[in-house]
Ligand binder design. Sequence first.
Ligand code: 6GU
Length: 230
Amino acid sequence: MPRYDLITIFPDYFSALDISLIGKARSAGLVEISVHDLREQAQGVHKSVDDTPYGGGAGMVMSPEPWGKAIDKLATSDEIHDLIVLTPAGKKFDQNMATKFSQHEHLIFACGRYEGIDHRVTEFYKSQPNFRVHEVSIGDYVLNGGEVATLVMLEAIIRLIPGVIGNPESLAEESHTLIADGESIVEYPNYTKPAVWRELCVPEVLLSGNHAAIKAYRSEEALKRTKNRE
Ligand code: 6GU
């Protein structure tokens, strides 16, 4: 079963993982998620996890020592661990990345706060043979920390794990399904009953029962939507 370890100073963010599809996947034993409080690895009465930046500048930087301790506790020498460091400076997360991560057995999410984690943490784990390090961003905007980004990634990844979605056919038809060489297409528009709502009609072809015509119409609409997004 795939294992996901989350390291954060705000474990409460992850109560969302108890509900809906992810909550069900966890209780069904399809995935294992553990949340770890970084502060438990901090020293002293104040359990401080950050300090002022060398070289000066605004804000605080997360100290390497608590991170090293927290990550080491989750690792073994005979397995490969994918360490995902959440940072706005990382590689942009997309469906292709979600697919790859969904095939890995052990993901560790390092949720930094403030101005980020001391750079030596990524540098150190990149040098370790049992780690693959991925610096990931979920988009070109700044969040206060990696917690929400981790929730976004987990939602995209876990729904791809076999057995999590009841009808796997719905995965094949949805938006961002890869077609060729990294290209993806968004989904055609969907309609349900009633056939007329606020004087707006469902496209005739969808009521025709002509499956070939419906298929052609949907491909055309999907292509139009994909082009309009560029
Ligand atoms: Cl992963 N972290 C932060 N702090 N901000 C972000 C982000 C991550 N992705 C986009 N903005």
